[in-house]
Design a binder for this molecule. Sequence first.
Ligand SMILES: Nc1ncnc2c1ncn2[C@@H]1O[C@H](COP(=O)(O)OP(=O)(O)OP(=O)(O)O)[C@@H](O)[C@H]1O
Ligand SMILES: [Mg+2]
Length: 245
Amino acid sequence: MSKIIAVTSGKGGTGKSSVCAGLGYTLAKQGHRTLLIELDFGLRCLDIMFGVENEIKYDLGDVLAGRKTALEAVQTVPMANNLSLLCAPKTLTSVNAKQIVEICRSVKKYFEYIIIDTGAGINSHVFDIVEQANLILVISTPDPVCIRDASLMSDEFYNRGNKSQRLIINKISKKVIGEALVSNLDEIIDKVGVQLIGVIPDDFTMTVATGKGNPIPTDSSALKAFDAISKRLGGEFVPLTVKTA
Ligand SMILES: Nc1ncnc2c1ncn2[C@@H]1O[C@H](COP(=O)(O)OP(=O)(O)OP(=O)(O)O)[C@@H](O)[C@H]1O
Ligand SMILES: [Mg+2]
């Protein structure tokens, strides 16, 4: 039975797609059959991040239109055995929660983890889809606006009945703490009001790797953070270490 994880945030550009890519990659490297489903209709990016831009034959649009089954539209990712991708269509296509739930149901026996990138912008369909997930990963950066939006999003999911949420703080650096935007990680956790599952440093090597469609370097601090979060998702105890530049 696969675990369906929705990766979401209030504000755009917090790193949802990067987190999906990083977690998908590390979960797959740890041996877990993992599927990433991208809901960023009209603005897909995971194909570039995994260097398969020219190999995508079908996408979620083909599944929604009934031209392909979800399994037929899934693209395997050469850089990591066990990792597959169901890309968002390049055009805006309407979708509802029932359709996404049905797609997940049709493929769940093939994957241990299904990770959903909710994409930029939040609408009621996204709320409906995310509330069906087994776990919601709320992504926030240390930016006060982002923290407030993450808190509002989390409250909404909580009010809708999904209490299974964890916080990922992304793009943390000494600079941002030093500038007193936030005094420490506890302040972010308290303000968002969600239990922490991991902290990802601001790491330019990840931006370069995902921009070029290359694997994230094994010695990068971001990859180490993703590796730890992936293990925690499986229930393993991994102590929190925060390495910032
Ligand atoms: N930990 C990090 N360190 C350095 N750069 C990062 C990190 N996480 C994300 N980025 C960069 O931030 C930018 C936005 O990231 P990303 O596209 O993953 O955000 P998003 O939340 O998916 O955006 P959108 O809301 O548009 O879908 C990208 O240039 C990405 O490379
Ligand atoms: Mg994105």
